[in-house]
Ligand binder design. Structure first.
Ligand SMILES: Cc1ncc(COP(=O)(O)O)c(C=O)c1O
Length: 441
């Protein structure tokens, strides 16, 4: 059995995280419940930060907040001194409510609306990562109207296929994101941005994919970016002050996964970056990265109550829990795999093999197939590990199931950071049907 961060088995045989018994958490806050190990998030953040510091490389580590955004999470990230990557007005708004330093907010997205760009300009955020030609024009116009010059990066697709699941590939040429390098689109965008009166072009950005276990893809992508910068420097005299290499660093969901430590990802990539810079006679730019999953993924654990069972002789044992694709859509969306234990009987012998079913009206609502587990019943609790990234962030109300609560645990204390959704919350936006007879009166 593999435990992440501060997770361990306590004297009662219960799963404990951050010094807090998860069964007590389940009793106090109900289930399903996302439990975040704050010490592990801090450690992951510091691993990235200190590696850059030790290498003497000027850097910004921006938390890719799409992995899990909430006011408390943003406040924790602020406390750790990271920057923040947002991709929508909603994420930006959450950052503002969290009082996140605006100069450390980077705004992404392939189709930012005029309202979103206005918001970014009005709040004078640190950087907009411009994705396309329309955005270049809109942003320049909005900045001109506000008399403000916005620092920007250009997102480019370097044509690198990261070794990962097809659905989460974003760095390949055939992508909805960014300016294409091959066809000269990126070069054209650089010329427009450099000449724009109210845009300050800092440099370029790429993101090649997610859940990547080796550094080859990052290095290939960095190589393409620096070749491009050399060309832009030779032809147009453009000098990049920032190169953003995106996120995508892998984590261990199951024993099949072998991620590298943050320090190794960073050291290996920076070694290559330094030689590209030297070979091309360029100035070393500031390096930005955007880890999401690798900061919060294994810090999150979901605690469920076990419910009904269906045992089909010689076929399969199904064990249902009180959540599923509404709080963790990744297995249904990407066939993502997870490990789990009974939180109240962690060390009992795994004498059964069960498939964990969610409670949605959807046969595909299965969280884990063929999991070795002690024989369980409705008094037990299931803990699914590594649900910290793209879990709550992708939670939905299918079947009008309410979203779970989120607690942070650290040093033996728990704090509720997102309260459980109520039925009243579910109908909050609904308006009553107006009978036609009344309307025509
Ligand atoms: C532009 C960009 N940066 C960073 C990330 C974060 O990736 P990860 O959570 O795999 O680190 C993503 C994820 O989709 C992304 O699109």
């Amino acid at each position: 059995m593999y435990f992440h961060g501060t997770s361990k088995v306590n004297t009662k045989g219960h799963l404990e995280i951050g010094g807090v018994d998860t069964i007590e958490l389940a009793n106090d806050y109900g289930t399903p419940l996302y439990v975040y190990d704050v010490a592990l998030i801090r450690q992951r953040a510091r691993d990235f930060q200190t590696t850059f510091k030790n290498l003497g490389v000027k850097a910004q580590v921006a938390y890719a907040s799409k992995a899990f955004s909430s006011v408390a999470m943003f406040q924790l990230i602020k406390e750790e001194g990271l920057s923040l990557d947002v991709v929508s007005g909603g994420e930006l708004y959450t950052a503002l409510v969290a009082d996140f330093p605006v100069d450390r907010i980077h705004f992404h997205g392939n189709n930012k609306s005029v309202e979103e760009l206005e918001m970014a300009v009005e709040k004078q955020i640190g950087c907009v990562v411009v994705d396309n030609f329309l955005e270049l024009t809109l942003l320049q116009d909005i900045c001109e109207k506000h008399g403000y010059t916005m620092p920007i990066l250009l997102r480019v697709t370097p044509g690198i296929n990261a070794h990962t699941h097809d659905y989460i590939l974003t760095g390949q040429e055939d992508s909805k994101f960014g300016f294409d390098l091959q066809s000269g689109q990126a070069h054209e965008a650089m010329k427009i941005a450099s000449n724009a009166t109210h845009l300050d072009l800092l440099g370029i950005h790429c993101h090649i994919g997610s859940q990547i276990f080796e550094t080859t893809g990052f290095k290939l992508a960095a190589g393409k970016l620096f070749d491009t910068l050399k060309l832009w420097n030779d032809k147009e005299g453009f000098e990049a002050r920032v190169v953003n290499l995106g996120g995508g660093f892998g984590i261990r969901y199951t024993e099949e996964d072998n991620p590298l430590p943050a320090s190794v990802y960073v050291e290996e990539i920076i070694t290559d970056v330094q030689s590209f810079v030297k070979d091309h006679g360029l100035k070393m730019p500031e390096i930005w990265i955007e880890p999401g999953r690798s900061l919060v993924g294994d810090a999150g654990t979901t605690i469920y109550s076990v419910g009904s069972k269906k045992e089909i002789p010689n076929i399969r044992h199904y064990l249902a829990i009180d959540g599923g694709m509404t709080d963790n859509i990744r297995p249904a969306l990407y066939q993502a795999k997870y490990e789990a234990v009974l939180a109240n009987r962690v060390e009992d012998e795994a004498d059964d093999k069960v498939s964990i079913a969610g409670k949605c009206c959807e046969s595909g609502d299965m969280l884990i197939w063929d999991l070795p587990l002690p024989k369980a019943n409705h008094e037990d609790y299931l803990a699914v590990f590594c649900t910290g990234a793209y879990g709550y962030a992708m939670a939905n109300n299918y079947n009008r199931i309410t979203k779970p609560a989120v607690v942070f645990v650290e040093d033996g204390e728990a704090q509720l950071v997102i309260r459980r959704e109520t039925f009243e919350d579910l109908v909050r936006l609904d308006l009553p049907f107006q009978a036609k007879t009344k309307l025509t009166k």
